[in-house]
Write a protein that binds this ligand. Structure first.
Ligand code: A3P
Length: 301
């Protein structure tokens, strides 16, 4: 009735909805045509995990030598949305001339596709993949706001109760269940820590410097002592702050249907306390406890 959760179907263990660009057809088209390179770098996330922020950080640190301090005014992150700098493979494939990040080397991509449905070419290439996870309650709140911001205005807004019910059942506007998405990448990060790095939004918030250093090392672009002494790490973090990125994000659109500023709302940990009732919170805690059992994964809410 509200247009969000009509035509829901399951593919390879995940729910998709007809309103989303991510569909079984997209996954199959990528499976057939996408060619990953061993030097590629991928960022995988559930929507609203902080993808935009980590895209900016990854782009800035990998390309830091092209854009030294003096040239900062030309920095792509100061003129365009991070989603333009690091494209989603599932969106790029529908363009007449997909660029797949060919402009930059190494190629940087992102995706919301669950691990088990990734194109075989990515899995076979041995390339590096970063997964960013965020606590389920803030994901729910962020998704609820995002969905209503970009909604087709012929549909009435989604109520928070509806968003909660749907999230709990594992159905999200793009892909779900949240828990299975996280579990898939978490498992492979333990099995292959050299190719999959598992990070959380909460850690990135609390311990930005150390996480960015860890990320740089994992991606093969470690900071030298000289760079650290010169404040290069700090410079990258400042370039990618919520304030800075959202200021740039005021201009233009990342996609025809999505204004840039839709990707910047509050950028905080724990906004769920303003939305969830105790009962809702408890219910999500219970599902999370059961689904993440034995994973040694907890979030500082
Ligand atoms: P909130 O809705 O809780 O504010 P994604 O990029 O995966 O779509 O996630 C969007 C969420 O990340 C939004 O969360 C947004 O505000 C937050 N975000 C965007 N840029 C950020 C930044 N530079 N630092 C911290 N959070 C950021």
């Amino acid at each position: 009735e509200n247009g969000w959760f009509t035509d829901v179907y399951m593919y390879q263990g995940f729910w998709y909805t007809s309103m989303s660009i991510l569909s079984v057809e997209t996954i199959m088209a990528l499976q057939d045509t996408f060619k990953a390179l061993p030097s590629d770098i991928y960022l995988a996330t559930m929507p609203k995990s902080g993808t935009t922020w980590l895209k900016a950080l990854m782009f800035a640190l990998v390309n830091r030598n092209q854009y030294k301090k003096n040239d900062l005014l030309d920095h792509p992150l100061l003129v365009s949305n991070p989603h333009v700098c690091i494209p989603f493979i599932e969106i790029e494939i529908f363009k007449n001339t997909p660029t797949y990040g060919d402009v930059y080397s190494p190629r940087l991509f992102s995706t919301h596709i669950p691990y088990t449905s990734l194109p075989q070419s990515i899995l076979d290439s041995g390339c590096r993949l970063v997964y960013l996870c965020r606590n389920p309650k803030d994901i729910l709140v962020s998704t609820f706001h995002f969905a209503n911001t970009i909604r087709d205005k012929s549909h009435r807004p989604l109520t928070f109760e509806e968003a909660f019910e749907s999230f709990s059942k594992g159905i999200m506007p793009y892909v779900g269940p949240y828990w299975d998405h996280v579990k898939g990448y978490h498992k492979v990060s333990l099995e292959h820590p050299e190719t999959v790095l598992f990070l959380t939004y909460e850690d990135l918030k609390i311990d930005t410097v150390n996480i960015v250093k860890r990320l740089a090392k994992f991606l093969g672009y470690p900071f030298t002592e000289k760079e650290e002494a010169e404040g290069v790490v700090q410079g990258i973090i400042e370039l990618c702050t919520f304030e800075n990125l959202s200021e740039v994000g005021k201009h233009g659109k990342f996609r025809e249907d999505i204004p840039n500023d839709a990707f910047f709302r509050k950028g905080k940990v724990g906004d769920w306390t303003n939305h969830l009732t105790n009962e809702m919170s408890h219910s999500i805690d219970e599902i999370t406890k059961e689904k993440f059992n034995g994973m040694n994964l907890s979030f500082p809410y």
